[in-house]
Design a protein around this ligand. Structure first.
Ligand code: FAD
Length: 418
């Protein structure tokens, strides 16, 4: 009796979704091979899944979003797959594509070498600010940040994307209060909050009119916005403040600085020949196979070169990559592929929603502008925790396999969110 491992690296939106999909739809449909069992092994540094989407509010208030709402244990979510699922708390450190093994350092410091018959890379991205990336210290990072906010007189947030906009709004509302009905600015703000955008508008994916509405809502909470301003560096001073150096040579001194200027792919454990020029895992944009890594290696989620990122996009990608995995494993077992490849098509429609404080928000879905109350209803109430956090870790969005036709654009299925 032998066991073959489908190895998933990364236990967040993409890796957890891929593992559920494989257990529910890929392994059960493989042709039976005498004496061989297929299992899924998931490797992740934390035993908990982090609902990163809520980071901007969780960082600011444990009353609004306590720990139990942003961290969810991974292993119990796979209880239905007893004997077919294995969780390893650790980090991949090296991949040997010729030998088809991955080296892992476990949380207790042990070295393991895990052989794989198929590999799914879903190691995602790290944010420059520790407020938005899961770590063993996340709760204490939030405690410390919330303590510093109590005395802050000037907070600078760098980055005009949704994370910067949402974070500036949450901080300003927590410190300056909710605006009164007709006011355009708080009368006596407790804290100055400055949002620095490198471009001429915030929220680059959205049309200008929506960005201007976001600026108006931020202003009501006491956020000042600087456009066309690059941040060159942010250096801590001896007294706990930060000096933010701007591209035009000027500096701003802040009590607190939150860096929301972008993300870095978690790909340093992979050989250079598997990466593109942005250090993303270079995949076939249609099949999501990592062709340079040899047979049966795939990428899903934000670490992949095929995507502009986001959870809706990876929800489209998972069924594609996992269907191709089923095809490739069947061919491996029987010597014959059961059908053609499934293809991924990127959804490039205007699509993003950003709450601004607990009451307002802006955004668009499938190219349609959403009114503020809809953004609040979908995301602003609780950053979608009530609607989607437990279903995501349980893989509920992938309970059904979903139909597809060869070469047809892939519609959205599985998870569905902004
Ligand atoms: C603050 C914030 C708010 C966001 N809000 C939204 C939103 O509202 N809507 C939306 O669509 N998108 C949103 N995003 C983007 C969304 O969070 C990402 O698209 C999503 O997290 C990507 O999921 P992923 O599984 O690909 O990677 P990640 O979530 O980055 O997870 C990667 C996982 O892999 C693990 N890992 C890293 N290295 C290794 C290794 N060597 N070995 C094993 N495991 C490893 C990590 O610890 C992590 O658990 C937001 C992002 C941020 C930062």
């Amino acid at each position: 009796m032998s066991t073959e491992t489908i190895l998933v690296l990364g236990g967040s939106f993409a890796g957890i979704g891929a593992a559920h999909y494989t257990l529910r739809h890929t392994i059960p449909q493989l042709p039976k091979k005498q004496g061989t069992t297929y299992i899924v092994t998931l490797v992740n540094p934390s035993k908990d899944f982090y609902w990163r989407i809520a980071g901007p509010r969780a960082a600011v208030s444990k009353d609004l979003i306590p720990r139990a709402k942003y961290l969810y244990p991974i292993e119990p979510a796979f209880a239905y797959a007893k004997g077919k699922f294995n969780f390893v708390q650790g980090s991949a450190t090296h991949i040997d594509t010729a030998g088809q093994t991955v080296s892992v350092t476990t949380a207790s410091g042990q070295q393991q070498s895990i052989p794989y018959v198929a590999l799914i890379i879903a190691t995602g991205v790290t944010t420059p600010s520790s407020l938005f990336t899961n770590s063993a210290d996340l709760e204490s990072t939030y405690d410390e940040f919330q303590k510093s906010l109590l005395t802050a007189k000037h907070v600078v947030v760098g980055g005009g994307g949704p994370v910067g906009v949402e974070t500036a709004g949450e901080i300003a509302e927590a410190l300056n209060g909710k605006p009164s009905f007709l006011s355009s600015k708080p009368k006596n703000p407790r804290c100055r909050v400055t949002l620095i955008c490198a471009d001429k508008k915030m929220l680059p994916i959205l049309r200008e009119a929506i960005s201007l509405t976001a600026e108006k809502y931020l202003s009501r909470l006491g956020v000042e916005v600087m456009y066309n301003t690059k941040i060159v560096s942010a250096q801590p001073t001896g007294d706990g403040n930060t000096v933010v150096q701007l591209g035009d040579g000027k500096t701003i001194e802040a009590d607190l600085y939150v860096d929301a200027t972008g993300v870095r792919p978690n790909s340093s454990f992979l050989p250079k020949e598997l990466l593109d020029t942005r250090n993303r895992v270079a995949s076939n944009p249609h099949t999501l196979r990592v062709d340079a890594a040899g047979p049966r290696v795939y990428v899903v989620g934000d670490v992949g070169s095929y995507t502009r990122g986001g959870v809706m996009d990876l929800a489209d990608a998972i069924p594609v990559a996992m269907t191709n995995l089923k095809t490739d494993l069947t061919a491996y077992i029987t010597g014959k592929a059961p059908g053609p490849d499934r293809h991924y098509t990127a959804n490039m429609k205007e699509q993003q929603i950003a709450p601004i404080g607990t009451g307002k928000g802006v955004g668009a879905m499938m190219g349609w502008k959403l009114p503020s109350f809809m953004v609040w209803f979908i995301k602003g109430r609780d950053y979608m925790i009530g609607m989607l956090a437990v279903p995501t870790v349980n893989g509920d969005g992938f309970k059904k396999e979903g139909k597809w036709k060869p070469q047809q654009a892939v519609g959205q299925q599985g998870l569905s969110r902004g």
